[in-house]
Design a protein around this ligand. Structure first.
Ligand code: ASP
Length: 312
């Protein structure tokens, strides 16, 4: 089959000043993943590459530019799943590595466990040759400003996600490779002003991430406590398994979560055949995919831009 990859750059109330940066970063990320797929690479490597690209980019709430907890620190989490055999790898409470998604991928391939957190994740990463960075080097000026604003007026979980300058931008990617294997990766800094040690939906399989070659793959973003109560990623998979198409399933589950729990979210979905689902109940969510030599992308409700894409 023709391989395909789709990415998102976080659901929320993205301020106008951040729109262009998110669209550019989403396009760059989808190209990074697509180039791996067209050279015959695996869906797993493609989703990792797309997420790595956004973890480096301060326009996203993942890696450098992650939002801050109440103590002003970055605490990141990520997960990755392989649809071929349902293998998973996830990490949480990561403070001093730039690319949590790459450590999660290593957990998938090299650990008997599924989810490692905090000190244990650090020990594992060091053992696998990952290099630490100074935790302060992960803090962007926008993330600092977002925490200051949150401390002035925020109430966790009651404000719209991303109301503040940098308070939005969890990243994710879903791919199907030329062998028909599905993979999904999701990475985040969580939510501005979160408690120390708070773990959201992103590292939890079935909430932030799900992949199954027999059905498809989903990456989610939005209000973590709601997404994990609703097992949003797996809810979408279940609807597809029951016969709904990718877009209808995505819309139905995201809207179902929002009406039941009164918080917003977004998701990107691919069916095993490469059919696309994109939906968000938040004001904005950046997304991008490449199909038939064109990049399609958008951030506002109902908006689709397209550009010619010639592979390098
Ligand atoms: N879902 C993420 C979390 O709650 C935040 C986001 O997607 O913006 O940790």
């Amino acid at each position: 089959m023709n391989p395909i990859i789709i990415v998102h750059g976080g659901a929320g109330d993205v301020p106008d000043s951040r729109v262009k940066g998110k669209l550019d970063g989403s396009k760059k990320a989808v190209i990074a993943g697509h180039e791996i797929l067209v050279r015959g690479g695996s869906a797993l490597d493609a989703v990792e590459a797309a997420v790595v690209s956004m973890e480096k980019d301060e326009y996203f709430n993942a890696g450098y530019g992650s939002v801050l907890n109440l103590r002003g620190e970055v605490e990141m989490e990520a997960s990755i799943m392989c649809g071929k055999n349902l293998d998973v790898g996830a990490v949480t409470l990561i403070k001093d590595f730039l690319h949590p998604i790459s450590i999660a991928h290593k957990v998938l391939t090299d650990s008997p466990h599924s989810l490692l957190g905090g000190e244990g994740a650090k020990i594992f990463a060091l053992d696998k040759g990952f290099h630490t960075v100074d935790p302060k080097s992960l803090i962007s000026p926008h993330a600092k400003k977002a925490l200051e604003d949150f401390l002035k007026h925020g109430e966790f979980g009651r404000t719209e996600i991303g109301m503040d300058e940098a308070g939005v931008g969890t990243v994710g990617a879903v791919a199907v490779d030329s062998n028909g294997h599905v993979a999904v990766a999701t990475s985040t800094g969580g939510m501005s002003g979160k408690a120390i040690g708070r773990i959201g939906d992103t590292p939890q399989i079935g909430s932030g991430t799900y992949a199954d070659d027999l059905v498809g793959g989903v990456s989610t973003t939005g209000h973590g406590e709601s997404i994990l109560k609703y097992c949003l990623a797996h809810s979408i998979i279940k609807l597809m398994e029951d016969g709904l198409d990718a877009n209808t399933s995505t819309k139905k589950a995201v809207n179902g979560m929002t009406s039941r729990l009164n918080n917003t979210a977004g998701a990107i979905t691919l069916s095993k055949n490469g059919d696309i689902g994109i939906h968000f109940s938040s004001k904005r969510m950046s997304w991008a995919y490449i199909k038939d030599k064109k990049i399609f992308y958008g951030i506002n409700q109902g908006e689709v831009f397209e550009e010619q894409y010639e592979q390098q």
